[in-house]
Design a protein around this ligand. Structure first.
Ligand SMILES: Nc1nc2c(c(=O)[nH]1)N[C@H]1C(S)=C(S)[C@@H](COP(=O)(O)O)O[C@H]1N2
Ligand SMILES: [Mo]
Length: 321
């Protein structure tokens, strides 16, 4: 099996002192309250797990969190890429209330000894939920900082016992024809498919996400369950997953299918490897000032190099973009 232990523990600079963490927790609580005051729906608490906006706290994991100021709830939930609901940033928030997130099952199959179909409410309880603040860098040149709630994808993969033939993990996302207006347009080959190499999928930073800001994931952010792979461009973090398949050969993702020369399998954030039509050297942090605010420099592996660079030792990152 191709499971490698990360060579480095998180660098001490990545570890958040408890006091700072506490003040950040307070900051987040304030932001959540502000969001509530700004009109989070009152039905939010009625049907606990199923409704976006219901409480879903996770235990803070400072070792796997960045110190950047989290992007505001409003921006995180209204500036989205979820092409099944339309290609404009405001369309997912407008139309995703139609998405049916219950009942919901996720089948985990392929090169595994114990294939299983999990109910979403079973998955929610499979491991203690953690609160981890990650950077998200979109290939389009913007970034956000999001306090996700979830647990490592490896926890789920270990449950099904990958065989020695498993080298890649493929994620298929939901296709609800009547509820997803974007599916009428052949922008991508539907359903949306993404994939990781098995050792990437087993890396503890690869997060199975059920919530954000201590609340159940809003539909537009990929309810009821999505990925967050913080060292890769955002498109690798598939939303609303219904099937996980362990396979021997490298799968073709929807984005590779659409334009293989623009969207590679690896999609590791890399300021030195431009997209064929634009530079990837800088990014605009959503919510940070206006048009004239200087852009930020994009970091190799989105700033997670200490943790993940060892996965790619000896690989040509320009050829394997
Ligand atoms: N099913 C699905 N997953 C998806 C996408 C999509 O269009 N469909 N867009 C991707 C892209 S390009 C990005 S940047 C992130 C955005 O996640 P967010 O809206 O929660 O910030 O979701 C990714 N996952
Ligand atoms: Mo993206």
């Amino acid at each position: 099996m191709l499971i490698r232990k990360p060579r480095h523990e998180p660098a001490s600079s990545e570890i958040t002192p408890e006091a700072v963490w506490q003040s950040r927790r307070e900051w987040m609580a304030r932001a959540a309250m502000a969001a509530a005051a700004a009109g989070l729906p009152a039905w939010a608490s009625r049907s606990a797990f199923a409704q976006s906006g219901a409480e879903l706290p996770g235990r803070p994991n400072p070792a796997y969190s960045v110190m950047d100021k989290p992007t505001e709830w409003k921006d995180v939930t209204t500036y989205n890429n979820y092409y099944e609901f339309g290609v404009d940033k405001d369309e997912p928030a407008k139309y995703a209330d139609k998405l049916q997130t219950r009942p919901w099952t996720v089948s985990v199959e392929g090169e595994v000894l114990r294939p299983q179909t999990f109910d979403i409410d079973t998955l929610l309880k499979l491991a203690p939920l953690e609160d981890r603040v990650y950077r998200l860098r979109c290939v389009e040149g913007w970034s956000m900082v999001i306090p996700w709630v979830g647990y490592s994808l490896s926890t789920l993969l270990k449950q099904v016992e990958p065989t020695g033939n498993a080298k890649y993990v493929e994620f298929t996302t939901v296709e609800q024809r009547e509820n997803m207006p974007g599916l009428r347009y052949p922008v991508l080959e539907w359903p949306y498919v993404e994939a990781l190499r098995l050792d990437e999928a087993m890396h503890p930073l690869a997060l199975l996400v059920f919530g954000l800001y201590g609340k159940v994931l809003p539909n537009q952010n990929g309810a009821p369950m999505r990925l967050a792979v913080p060292w890769k461009y955002g498109f690798k973090s598939a939303k609303s997953i219904v099937r996980i398949r362990l396979v021997e050969r490298q799968p073709t993702s929807s984005w590779m299918q659409a334009a293989a020369n623009e969207y590679g399998f690896y999609a590791n954030v890399n300021p030195d490897v431009p997209h064929p039509r634009w530079s990837q050297a800088t990014e605009r942090r959503i919510g940070e000032g206006g048009f004239f605010t200087p852009k930020r420099k994009t970091l190799l592996f989105n700033g997670y190099a200490d943790q993940v660079a060892s996965l790619y030792q000896g690989m040509d990152l320009a050829a394997n973009y």
